[in-house]
Design a protein around this ligand. Sequence first.
Ligand code: KG4
Ligand code: ZN
Length: 337
Amino acid sequence: MSTYILGIESSCDDTSASVICEGKVLSNLIANQEIHKSFGGVVPELASRAHQQNIIPVVNQAISNANIDKNQLNAIAYTRGPGLLGSLLVGSSFSKSLSIGLNIPLIEVNHMQAHLLAHFIEDCGEKKPEFPFIGVTISGGHTQIVLVNDYFDMKIIGQTLDDAIGETFDKCGKMLGLPYPAGPHIDKKSKLGNFNKYIFTKPKVDGLNFSFSGLKTGFMRFLEKEKSFNKDFLTSELDNVCSSFQNTIVEILFEKVMLAIKQTGINRVVFGGGVSCNSGIINKFKANEKTKNYLSFFPKFEYTTDNAAMIAMVGYLKYITKDFSSLDKGAEARYKF
Ligand code: KG4
Ligand code: ZN
């Protein structure tokens, strides 16, 4: 008999629901919250209210698109954390109630693990990574290098000491007058510019950790200086600035991942999170595979950004081993693995 898992993701500003059947995605719906655009970033209180409005229609639609009845579901997997507490609470409370109503098991999922385990979704990529591998989770809230020995045997070996990589894209993009989230806009403009035109100082951080706050401040000073000489600087130079800035971030990430390969002796690198669809990152890591002797794995676009299919996938992996959760476990903003 087929196993159907409903996944529910509500850790930040996307309300998402998905039904998968043994690793195959039957539906994956995401309701984006447009409301945050006018504030230039996610407003937590508005995010939880929007989740409350979205969650029932999104879940209903996901079940209907999967062409099943809710009574056919075998379990409900939900994001327990990390994320915004108010947002997580909406998804976790809803999941608990539905699991009681349908009398089926509840499965808690760590959002960061899910970004990496998304690679095991049937149509995520051409080939599945073998264990062990180096996981690189790059998103608006996280920048981590993870040693992944098995599905649930993961250890963080490097992370940002301040801003996350996506946050750096978004904040620097805001300085350029680009809409939120600025990451995709910078990426698009980068393709039209000269990545060698401007040089930004790379932070010096020991080991596998990152720091992006110095780059952000340096970028702000650079713009202030250039605009003081020429007030139309950005009108003529926006593409070159985006390209040079993106290239700096790509170089920082590349150097750290090469160090992680050297330190661990593992040469499979698996990316996850919203920033892993960045064209500069993909091109750099793909272009150097042969000369540097590693393999890189990038998820299909729809599984890079926050989505419930990755939550349902982890739910399925846990369902197989009957790793169920209890109703007394709550949402956890700083949930660790
Ligand atoms: O994983 P995600 O959807 O949400 C979080 O958990 O944070 O990641 C969102 C982040 C945003 O910072 C957004 O600007 C960034 O991913 N992003 C990109 C690109 N597409 C999305 N950053 C750089 N280049 C892109 N193409
Ligand atoms: Zn995420």
